[in-house]
Design a protein around this ligand. Structure first.
Ligand SMILES: Nc1ncnc2c1ncn2[C@@H]1O[C@H](COP(=O)(O)OP(=O)(O)OP(=O)(O)O)[C@@H](O)[C@H]1O
Ligand SMILES: [Mg+2]
Length: 383
C-alpha cells in the first residue's frame, strides 16, 4: 500500500561545521538524516520504524506526511505518487493536507479550549462542504471512536482537564475519526507511565486488528516494537539495517547493532572453524559451539555469537552431559525478576547472563554446567 524508494533527506550542517569549512578545514556540508531508505508497508500492517534517538525515524515519517520535502526518492500510496524527485529537476509533491493521512506526533497537540467531543469532531467539521458529513453522521462517528478509546464518559470534559494518558488517547481518537487509509504514529505512547503505556499498547494492537488500519509506528522502545508490530524496520544513522517480523529480528539479528539494540544479549567473539550448509562450528572464548545460522560466512571469518539470556540454561541434572554446547561455569550472582531468574555465570573469563524459570535459583559460588540452545544462538559478522 505504501512504497518508499531510495528516500534521502539532508539538513544543512550545523554552525560548527560551516565555520570549519569556511576556514578551509574538512567538515560535512550537510547531515544525512535519512540516507537511502526503502521499504514497503502492506495493507493492514502495523509497520514500525525502530532505532536509537537521531536515527531518522521522525524525519522519515514527516516525509510521508508531507511536512518536510525530501531531497530525492519516491513515496507512493497505492498508485498515487505523493512525492517523487529522481534528480531530473521535475519533482512531484502532494501537499500535506491533500494526503488524507492520520497523524499522531511525538508532541501531540490537542485543542485546549475545546471539549473532548469537539476535539474529535473538529477534523470532520472543518472539511469543505462537499466532503463534510452531516451533523448526525459526525456525531455517530465521533461517538464510535470515543467508545473505542474509552473516552465516552469524558466527552463533555474540557480537554485540558484530562490526564496525560487520556490526552494521548484523545490525540489518537482525533487521528482515527477521519478513517485514514494510513495512520502515522510518532511515539504516541511517550510521556506515559509504564503501566499506562502497556495497557494502551494492547489497546492499540486491538484497534489495529479490529479496524484493519494500516499504520506506521515510530518508537525507540524495542519491547513496544516487538509487542505491537507486524513488521519492524530497524534503523541506524539514517538507514534501515534490518527489516523483518519481530520474531525474525529478535531471533536472527543480521548484525551486532541489531542484536545489541533488540533485547539483552551476551556477545562472544569467535571464529568460524567449519561450515556445512547452514551448520557452523565456531570456536569462542567460552568453548566450541555448533549452531545453525542463515548468515553467509566462511571458515576463518571472525564472528560475534549473540546469545540471548534465555538460550543459556543451567543444566543442574546433567541432562546434556557429553553433548555439544555444554560448558562449565560458576554462578557469580543471581537476580529475581518476578517471572524469571537471571544468573550471571562465569565461563572461562567471560560473564554470561542466563535467564530461566523462577523456580530454579542457584547459590552464588556453585559450579554449574550450562547448556546453550543452538536454535537460539545467532552469528553476526564481527565489527
Ligand atoms: N530541522 C532539522 N535541522 C537540522 N537537523 C535536523 C532537523 N531535524 C532533524 N535533524 C537531524 O536529523 C537526524 C534525524 O533526526 P530525527 O528527528 O529523524 O531522529 P529520530 O530517529 O526521530 O530521533 P528521536 O528518537 O530522538 O525522536 C538527527 O541527527 C537530527 O539532529
Ligand atoms: Mg523522533
Amino acid at each position: 500500500m505504501l512504497v518508499i524508494d531510495h528516500l534521502v533527506k539532508t539538513f544543512p550542517a550545523d554552525k560548527q561545521s560551516r565555520r570549519k569549512r569556511a576556514a578551509g578545514e574538512e567538515a560535512p556540508s550537510k547531515v544525512f538524516a535519512v540516507n537511502d531508505v526503502s521499504f514497503e508497508v502492506k495493507e493492514g500492517e502495523l509497520f514500525t520504524l525502530l532505532g536509537p534517538s537521531g536515527c531518522g525515524k521522525t524525519t522519515t515519517l514527516r516525509a510521508v506526511a508531507g511536512l518536510d520535502a525530501p531531497d530525492s526518492g519516491r513515496i507512493a500510496v497505492g498508485d498515487r505518487v505523493l512525492f517523487e524527485n529522481d534528480g531530473s529537476g521535475r519533482a512531484t509533491t502532494v501537499p500535506a493536507n491533500q494526503r488524507g493521512l492520520g497523524m499522531v506526533f511525538q508532541s501531540y497537540a490537542i485543542w485546549p479550549h475545546m471539549t473532548v467531543f469537539d476535539n474529535v469532531a473538529f477534523p470532520l467539521q472543518v472539511r469543505s462542504r462537499k466532503t463534510r458529513p452531516s451533523n448526525a453522521v459526525i456525531r455517530e462517528r465521533v461517538e464510535r471512536v470515543l467508545n473505542t478509546m474509552e473516552l465516552v464518559q469524558l466527552a463533555d470534559r474540557q480537554a485540558t482537564k484530562l490526564s496525560g494518558g487520556q490526552q494521548q488517547r484523545l490525540a489518537l481518537a482525533r487521528a482515527l475519526v477521519i478513517e485514514p487509509p494510513l495512520l502515522l504514529l510518532d511515539e504516541p505512547l511517550s510521556n506515559l507511565d509504564a503501566k499506562l503505556r502497556e495497557s494502551l499498547r494492547y489497546e492499540l494492537k486491538r484497534l489495529q486488528r479490529e479496524l484493519g488500519i494500516t499504520s506506521i509506528y515510530v518508537t525507540h522502545d524495542q519491547i513496544e516494537a516487538l509487542a505491537l508490530s507486524t513488521k519492524i524496520a530497524v534503523m541506524n544513522a539514517g538507514q534501515v539495517v534490518q527489516l523483518g517480523k519481530p520474531r525474525e529480528i529478535y531471533e536472527n539479528p543480521n548484525c551486532k547493532f541489531v542484536a545489541e539494540f533488540i533485547g539483552t544479549s551476551n556477545f562472544l567473539n569467535g571464529k568460524v572453524e567449519s561450515r556445512s550448509g547452514d551448520l557452523y562450528a565456531v570456536t569462542t572464548a567460552g568453548g566450541p559451539l555448533s549452531l545453525s545460522s542463515q548468515a553467509d560466512l566462511a571458515p576463518g571469518d571472525e564472528v560475534v555469537v549473540s546469545i540471548r539470556p534465555e538460550a543459556l540454561s543451567l543444566d543442574l541434572e546433567g541432562t546434556h552431559s557429553g553433548q555439544p554446547n555444554v560448558w562449565q561455569g560458576k554462578v557469580q550472582t543471581r537476580a529475581f525478576l518476578g517471572d524469571a531468574v537471571d544468573h550471571i555465570v562465569l565461563v572461562g573469563e567471560q560473564e554470561l547472563r542466563s535467564r530461566g524459570n523462577p523456580s530454579v535459583s542457584v547459590q552464588p559460588g556453585t559450579q554449574v554446567q550450562v547448556h546453550l540452545d543452538p536454535s537460539k544462538l545467532s552469528l553476526v559478522p564481527a565489527g
